[in-house]
Design a protein around this ligand. Structure first.
Ligand code: FE2
Length: 211
C-alpha cells in the first residue's frame, strides 16, 4: 500500500501531496460500480408497501428500457433511478442523478433528476395534487425524455407478474458506464487538475447565485 500523506490541514499540504492523492484516486476506477451494485441489491425486500420492492421495480424499469432499444446509458439510468429510495427518500431523484452525473449525457442526467416530479403525472391527481406540476419544467432539454421515461418504463413497472431481466444482464452495461472518463459525455462546467475534475455547477448552483 502507498504511504499516506502527512498534512494536518489542506492549507499546509503541498503539490507533491496532491499528486500522490490524485494517483491513488485514479486507481479505484472499479470501486464505484461495486458500491452502486451493493446499494441496488440492498433495496431487495424493502417493500415500502408497494406491489413490488424497489429492487424489482428497478429491474422492471431497466428491462422495459432495454427492450425498447434505449441507449445503454439510459438503461443504466433506468436501473439506478430509484437507488435513493431508502437512503434519500425525500430527494431520491437528486441522489441517483448526482451519482450518475459524471458518467452520462446531460439529457440522461436530466431525466433521472426530473423523474420524481414527472412520475407525478401518473398519480398526483390521486393524492390531491396537480398532475401537471411537471409543466413548470417546459423548455428543459430533458422534458420530453423524462415524460417518456415515466410513461413507458417507470410508472408501469410495479407488475408482480412481469419477467424482468436479471441484474447480471445489466451489470456489464453498468460497469461500462461507470468506466467512462468523468464528465466526458456531458457539458458540466468543471475544473481539471492532476486527473481530478471538480464540478463547478453542483446541484442548481450557478456562479454568482442560483439558477
Ligand atoms: Fe421508479
Amino acid at each position: 500500500m502507498t504511504e499516506t500523506t502527512n498534512f494536518r490541514t489542506m492549507d499546509e499540504s503541498t503539490n507533491a501531496d496532491w499528486q500522490r492523492v490524485a494517483a491513488s484516486v485514479g486507481g479505484d476506477s472499479g470501486g464505484l460500480a461495486d458500491l452502486v451494485l451493493g446499494m441496488l441489491t440492498r433495496l431487495k425486500g424493502s417493500s415500502l408497501c408497494m406491489p413490488v420492492d424497489p429492487y424489482e421495480h428497478c429491474l422492471q424499469t431497466a428491462t422495459r428500457a432495454f427492450k425498447d432499444g434505449a441507449e445503454e446509458e439510459m438503461v443504466v439510468c433506468a436501473l439506478l433511478h430509484d437507488i435513493g429510495d431508502l437512503p434519500a427518500p425525500q430527494n431520491h431523484a437528486e441522489f441517483a442523478a448526482a451519482i450518475l452525473r459524471p458518467y452520462v449525457s446531460d439529457e440522461a442526467h436530466g431525466v433521472v433528476l426530473l423523474h420524481e416530479i414527472f412520475q407525478g403525472y401518473h398519480y398526483f391527481a390521486k393524492v390531491g395534487l396537480d398532475r401537471n406540476l411537471r409543466d413548470r419544467f417546459r423548455g428543459h432539454p430533458s422534458f420530453a425524455r423524462a415524460a417518456e421515461f415515466c410513461a413507458n418504463w417507470d410508472q408501469n413497472s410495479f407488475d408482480k407478474n412481469y419477467e424482468s431481466m436479471p441484474l447480471a444482464a445489466f451489470e456489464p452495461m453498468l460497469r461500462r458506464v461507470f468506466a467512462r472518463p468523468p464528465y466526458e459525455t456531458n457539458t458540466t462546467p468543471r475544473v481539471d487538475f492532476m486527473g481530478f475534475r471538480i464540478n463547478m455547477a453542483p446541484g442548481n448552483l450557478a456562479p454568482g447565485g442560483t439558477a
